[in-house]
Design a protein. Structure first.
Length: 98
């Protein structure tokens, strides 16, 4: 697993303050190595993380908890050209991406 960047868990606290992930279909734009993904994905119905960094997606796939294999998927994709239908997601997350 990657280095913990938020030992006080502020990201998780505020993420859950502003969004309800329970049973929702989530799109995470700029998921990187999945560091933030693991903080909410257990609650979601499904999660797709996209990123432009193929190596980061490989790390995320390898680090994905085994109990979330069927719930979390990763895709090499641009946020400007999403390869998904418009009504596929309930919540979109865009954090620490530029």
């Amino acid at each position: 697993m990657t280095l913990q960047q938020d030992p006080e868990r502020n990201e998780t606290k505020y993420l859950h303050k502003f969004a309800n992930f329970a049973g929702k279909r989530i799109l995470e734009i700029g998921c990187g190595e999945g560091r933030l993904t693991w903080q909410y994905a257990k609650e979601s119905r499904s999660t797709i993380g996209i990123d432009l960094d193929r190596d980061a997606l490989l790390v995320a796939t390898i680090d994905r908890p085994s109990d979330l294999t069927s719930k979390i998927h990763f895709s090499l994709a641009k946020s400007e050209q999403l390869p998904f239908s418009n009504d596929l997601f309930d919540v979109a997350i865009f954090a620490w991406s530029f």
